[in-house]
Design a protein around this ligand. Structure first.
Ligand SMILES: Cc1cc2nc3c(=O)[nH]c(=O)nc-3n(C[C@H](O)[C@H](O)[C@H](O)COP(=O)(O)OP(=O)(O)OC[C@H]3O[C@@H](n4cnc5c(N)ncnc54)[C@H](O)[C@@H]3O)c2cc1C
Length: 421
């Protein structure tokens, strides 16, 4: 249970390197490169494309977008995710562009009592979370895939897969492929996942880092019970812009988004300032409601993230609220686990190996996400009271702070299990 900085990540250093050069599938003792299709040029899909291309496979990525179009706001790449980026060769670049986060800190708006306090370097000196805009991360992964000669086909919205053949809108078919990787995210048309919509979502925006007393190395959150969560996440720079950025977020019930629009920005800013005066210079930069995008969340996990020749990774295999800040990291870990499983299969089913290796880690994080989310985003009166009066004080007693740090860093249990040999 250790949180480690990328350079010190033991589990990753122990990994055997992925075999380079053409190889992989055993055919009568010979290995041949596999012909692999990846659906979705997002975080997991591009990471898998890079890792599998490095192992010598033929990769074609399909995305429904018309061209590279990173959407969304900020996210945190935890130390486990940073290590996957290091294996792709982009960690240094991405870390230089993002913002190093040393602590996640939150307090209750009315009582002013601290409710969250997780320090990244509690288990490993120098460990940090990396606050980054999705566009910056996407840009680095996109360049890495391009430099490896990965073929990306845009305007290809997959609809189904059968016997290794992908079908797209308009009846177009591609294949057959030895393997299809479904990395098409939370609305995957290929995944049979049954997920539950969560009642709370959040509006997200990206603004310049203003003149403020808030530290630029901390993710800060303020709560009013669990019905409101306001946050500021330092992001570093965005492509083509030298200004330091921040992601801001404001949780609300999904059904209340229309009411938020109707109330108008002035009422929102006044409420925000009342709850958290330090939020004012961030909110002041929002002059049009369209600068804040409503994000909704779902929760669900595929028990068996593969069938026939299709393997699901990332949000297509498991989705949760971003409360623990793990979604992108899970997608990166899935990509690495699958690449390793294909490398190490040696006649076994790589999809099964991948699923076995990721099962416990995915289960652990999905469970903790389900437990924590209602404490911070729900209508409950009891849960936030329990959080503030019992759970937070208990969380400051040894060894819980170390456990929480490991949980946030992403390595509370080994992320690759049997593939970490
Ligand atoms: C508001 C918000 C905040 C978040 N904060 C964090 C955080 O702090 N830390 C963290 O780790 N995670 C965070 N996450 C979660 C994280 O963004 C996701 O878990 C992660 O992006 C999943 O990666 P993915 O590769 O599975 O899917 P995505 O990155 O969503 O990529 C899916 C790709 O598939 C493409 N696609 C979709 N359908 C089709 C189709 N039919 N055919 C072809 N292509 C298709 C899409 O265009 C897209 O390019 C957050 C999520 C949200 C919504």
């Amino acid at each position: 249970m250790r949180c480690r900085s990328p350079s010190a990540l033991l589990w990753a250093r122990q990994l055997r390197p992925l075999q380079s050069g053409p190889n992989m599938r055993h055919q009568g003792g010979m290995k041949t490169p596999q012909n692999i299709a990846i659906v979705g040029a997002g975080i997991g899909g591009l990471a898998a494309a890079c890792l599998l291309r490095d192992a010598g496979h033929d990769i074609t990525v399909f995305d429904r977008f018309d061209g590279p179009r990173p959407i969304g706001s900020g996210l945190v790449i935890q130390p486990v995710g940073q290590e996957v980026l290091a294996r792709i060769g982009i960690a240094e670049d991405v870390i230089a562009k993002g913002a190093k986060i040393t602590r996640m800190f939150g307090h209750e708006a009315v009582s002013k009592r601290p409710v969250l306090n997780v320090q990244y370097d509690r288990n490993t000196a120098g460990a940090f979370g990396l606050g980054i805009h999705r566009a910056t991360l996407f840009g680095a992964l996109w360049e890495a895939a391009q430099s490896r000669g990965v073929v990306v086909r845009a305007s290809c919205a997959a609809q189904g897969a059968q016997d290794g053949v992908l079908t797209f809108e308009g009846g177009v078919r591609h294949g057959p492929y030895d393997l299809i990787i479904d990395a098409s995210g939370a609305n995957s048309p290929l995944s049979p996942i049954a997920s539950k919509p969560l009642p709370f979502g959040a509006i997200w925006g990206t603004v310049d880092w203003p003149q403020t007393a808030l530290p630029r190395r901390e993710l800060r959150q303020v709560y009013r019970r669990a019905e409101r969560m306001i946050g500021v996440l330092p992001l570093g720079q965005m492509p083509g812009d030298t200004a330091q950025k921040a992601a801001i977020f404001w949780s609300l019930p999904v059904a209340d988004y229309g009411a938020w629009l109707e109330r108008g920005l002035d009422a929102w800013k006044a409420e925000a300032e009342d709850l958290w005066p330090e939020f004012a210079p961030f909110a002041a930069q929002i002059t049009d409601p369209s600068q804040m995008t409503m994000a909704t969340y779902t929760h669900g996990t595929l028990r068996r993230p593969y069938r026939d020749n299709v393997v699901h990774i990332g949000d297509a295999a498991h989705r949760a609220s971003p409360q623990l800040g793990q979604g992108a990291n899970m997608a990166l870990l899935d990509a690495l686990a699958l690449a390793r499983a294909i490398d190490m299969a040696n006649g076994q089913d790589p999809a099964k190996l991948y699923a076995q290796a990721r099962r416990a880690h995915v289960w652990c994080y999905q469970t903790f996400s389900a437990i924590f989310t209602p404490q911070y985003q729900s209508d409950s009166r009891m849960l936030p009271a329990l959080r503030d009066r019992v759970l937070y004080p208990a969380s400051q007693v040894w060894p819980i702070p170390k456990v929480l740090t490991a949980l946030v860093c992403g390595d509370m249990i080994p992320p690759l299990a049997s593939l970490n040999r």
